[in-house]
Design a protein around this ligand. Structure first.
Ligand SMILES: [Zn+2]
Length: 252
């Protein structure tokens, strides 16, 4: 599942491909917006807010959310895509960008496009990231399980399931531990910021500092394998809506 850093990189890629260019083609394949045609309008900016992406074109703003399997692909990346998965195609001269399998695609009025992200907590990848607000949000409901709270985009925006599990490991807490176990919420949200920030321009995400395949994560996806820190067997649980992973020794 795409996390905040993936969306941030996607925005950078689209910005490089489209910003400042006039659209020469616009094909929206979502029934509600099928008649929208932004051909002739200039792409002014592309921005991400948490896991939401906005392409501002003229008076409109193309809002998308990648959800589970969505992606924006450009030029050569489009060759192998099945046509029925495409939700929107934007063309600017020789450049083509397509939104594929997007969980959300809507065309908003640019003047009000930020209304759809008004509920989000501080964006972990915002230059003006607000850690104190995020820390207060994190500890607002003391009995709530930690991983679930980290995943709540109203607490802070950008953490997906990979980071939620990795953060619980580096802070030494079980994913199911109550938030009240976190003695220094400010430190925890700063770790979250650091993790996403370090990965925002990387294709190979790492939380361990090692980008080599198989060494990049502490616990996520490593059920049954040895903990890199203590050698205990990593455990996992798939019974909730999301799978979780933890070291039974390092996390309490
Ligand atoms: Zn361990």
């Amino acid at each position: 599942m795409p996390e905040g850093d993936t969306v941030y990189r996607t925005a950078a890629k689209l910005r490089e491909a489209l910003a400042g260019k006039t659209l020469t083609g616009c094909d929206v394949r979502v029934p509600k917006f099928a008649t929208v045609d932004l051909t002739g309008c200039v792409v002014d900016e592309v921005l991400s807010r948490g896991k939401h992406l906005f392409i501002r074109v003229g008076d409109a703003s193309i809002h998308s959310h990648l959800k589970m399997d969505g992606a924006w692909l450009i030029d050569g990346q489009l060759r192998r895509v099945q046509a029925h998965k495409i939700r929107i195609i934007l063309e600017a001269g020789d450049t083509r960008a397509a939104g594929v399998d997007l969980g959300v695609l809507e065309i908003l009025e640019r003047a009000h496009d930020m209304d759809v992200v008004a509920h989000l907590g501080p964006d972990l990848l915002d230059d003006e990231w607000e850690p104190r607000i995020a820390a207060a949000n994190l500890s607002a409901d003391p009995d709530r399980p930690l991983a679930e709270t980290l995943l709540d985009q109203r607490v802070m925006a950008g953490v997906g399931n990979v980071y939620a599990n990795e953060l619980c490991f580096v802070m030494g807490h079980l994913p199911t531990a109550p938030v009240s176990d976190v003695k220094d919420p400010l430190r925890m949200v700063q770790r979250a910021r650091d993790m996403l920030w370090l990965n925002r321009s990387r294709i190979n995400r790492t939380t361990t500092g090692d980008t080599r395949p198989g060494r990049d994560l502490w616990v996520y996806g490593r059920a049954g394998r040895e903990c890199r820190r203590c050698g205990a067997t990593i455990e996992s649980d798939q019974s909730g809506d999301r799978v979780s992973f933890w070291c039974p020794v390092d996390q309490t």
